[in-house]
Structure formats: C-alpha cells, structure tokens
Write a protein of this length. Structure first.
Length: 348
C-alpha cells in the first residue's frame, strides 16, 4: 500500500463485494421487497427463506473471521454507536413503507437500474439525496435532536454482550444462531431443491464477510483511515452521487466501489439471463409514488443507521442489537405499504 492509495484499495474491496451482491440479486433472486411480496401474496417462501442462507453464512463467517483475528466486529459502526431502539423502530417503519411505495429498497433499485430500468435510477438518486438531507442537510438538526447518536458505552451486540457475561467466546454464541437460521431456510423443500438460489445465497453471505475482513485489514494498515464496513445502501448512495458530482470533495471510498460493483454485477447478471431491457415510467402517478418512497427510504434509512441490507444483513452479521429490531420494523412497514397499495388506499 506504499505505492497504491489505501482509498483505491478500499474502493476495489467494495467493488468486488458489490459485484457478487449484484450477481446474487440477478442470478439468485436475492431481494428484500420481492421476498415479502412472494411470501405474503404469492404463497412462495423461497426468496424469504433465502435470507436464512445469506444470514447464516454471513454470521458464521464474520464471527469465524473475528475468532481467527481477521476481523474486528466491535469497531463496526453498528457497535460503536449506542443503540437507540426508537430510531430503529421509527426509521425501520419509515424505510419499509417507503420501500413498498418505491417498489424496491436502495439495493433493489440499484439492481434494477443495472438491468436497464430508468425508473430505478430516479429512486437511487432521490434516496441518496434525501439520505444526505437527513444526515448533514436541512433535516440533520431535527434528526440529531430526536435521535441523538452517542458513542457506545458498552457492547452493542448480542454475541459480545452475552460473551462478557457467560465467559464464552462470541463465536460460540453466534454459531448456534447461524445454524438455526440455516435450518429454518433449508427446512423449506422448494428452496432446498433450488440449488441456484442456495449457491447465490451463500455467495451473498460471503460477500459481506469479505467486506468485513478486507476493511478490517485496511483499517489496521491505514491506522484507522479506512473504516471497517459492510454493505449498506442509504448514505453510500449519497456518497457516490457526491463523488460523481465532484470527486475532489467526495473521493474514492468503499461506498463508491460498492455501488459501482452492484451496478456492474446486475448488468452482467441481466446479460447472462437475457433480461437486460431499457424501461421508463409512462405513468406520472407511478413515478410520483416512487419518488415519495425513495425520499422516505433516504430519511428512514439514515435514522435507523441502515437499510434492509445495511441493518438486515450487515448489522445482523455482527449480531448488533439494532439489527433484528430494525429488520422487523422494515418488514412491518413494507407489508403495511403493500397492503395499502393492493387494497387501493394509495394512488396507483
């Protein structure tokens, strides 16, 4: 790293992780809203149960890497900020409802944009802008007043908190949780016999582990210049927009590589399956609903400190206190939004 800037290496780390996630979405149908829709209204739980595969691999891999000294999970953002239950609940509900209105979460919108859907480009841009409006723009004072972020005063994760009280390693607590998730996933025969989905679920989980391990190494080598990160798609969308507008202000980061990797992986996956197709919105009301949903996701994801992937997968991989609460709130918000649209409470 004496000759290659550490920021460039971090960008490449994000690029590789994002590429795998983009492929997993296109080739393995890994999607948050799609999982909720198919389970709640399509009588098909394969996409929902796939989350069990992704999470089991991510949790076991992350804590295995920590036990071997390759990752420092306690230095992730999810562990360094004191957990705010109200922020997880309110932010998760707002994000989930916005996800239903927009037709995708931030990650899903990136995936669809990579497949030629220009409507999703609008969702990505609006979500990224409103993430920064809430993070450091006009809504930042209100967010800070209602959901003040304080440095953590103790363990902020299930495994590490129990480890300190039971005298066992965090790995010994994480492995049974990972095993239960895997059993729940593969006990559903339609998924168990769908090898393509299972393989890409494993790949998505390993992509999260890769990001944690690689950024942990870069964090140590750069003396903290590079943060220890895993995939998330709220503030990273805003950072990527800033980079493209003025690279001298934003600069190359893990987030920029991650977003670019998802777009590339989605494009490649779409090409492999013959699904790439330019699409645009021909209904102004639909576009208005998607813009509204994107704005809500940017606000909710910032308040909750992560999106459906950031909290639902990355924070869950380190078993942060916030992860299951935020994910549950996102699911409730998403189901509520879907119900409102299906039963005609919202304009179509």
């Amino acid at each position: 790293m004496e000759t290659v800037p550490v920021e460039l290496i971090a960008t490449l780390v994000g690029l590789i992780g994002g590429l795998v996630l983009g492929l997993a979405a296109r080739l393995g149908d890994f999607c948050t809203l799609g999982a909720l829709e198919s389970a709640a209204y399509g009588r098909d739980q394969r996409r929902l149960r796939l989350w069990g595969v992704v999470l089991s691999v991510a949790i076991a891999g992350a804590f295995g890497a920590e036990a071997l000294g390759y990752a420092d999970l306690t230095q992730t953002y999810y562990h360094s900020i004191e957990w705010m239950p109200l922020a997880s609940i309110v932010g998760g509900l707002v994000f989930g409802y916005g996800m239903a209105l927009a037709g995708n979460c931030g990650f899903g919108a990136l995936v669809r944009f990579g497949g030629g859907d220009l409507r999703s480009m609008v969702v990505v841009v609006v979500m990224g802008i409103f993430a920064f409006v809430t993070l450091s723009g006009p809504l930042a004072p209100l967010r800070a007043m209602l959901f003040a972020q304080e440095p953590a005063s103790g363990a902020q994760g299930i495994a590490h908190w129990l480890s300190a009280r039971m005298g066992v390693s965090p790995l010994m607590i994480a492995l049974p949780i990972a095993a239960l998730l895997l059993i729940w996933a593969l006990s559903y025969r339609p998924l168990r016999t769908d090898l393509r989905r299972v393989v890409w679920g494993v790949a998505a989980g390993l992509a999260v582990v890769w990001c944690l391990v690689a950024t942990s190494y870069l964090n140590a080598e750069s003396l903290g210049t590079v943060a220890i990160e895993a995939p998330s798609f709220t503030a990273p969308l805003g950072r990527t927009i800033l980079y493209f507008m003025t690279s001298t202000a934003g600069g190359l980061t893990f987030s920029v590589g991650l977003v670019g990797g998802v777009l590339a992986g989605s494009f490649l996956g779409s090409a492999i399956r013959g699904l790439f197709q330019w699409e645009a919105c021909d209904d102004p009301r639909e576009l208005g609903r998607q813009v509204t949903g994107a704005a809500l996701m940017g606000i909710g994801g910032t308040v909750a400190l992560g999106c459906s992937v950031g909290q639902g997968v990355s924070a869950m991989s380190v078993l942060a206190f916030s992860a299951p609460v935020t994910l549950a709130a996102i699911i409730v918000g998403g189901l509520l939004g879907l119900r409102h649209m299906i039963h005609g409470y919202l304009p179509n």
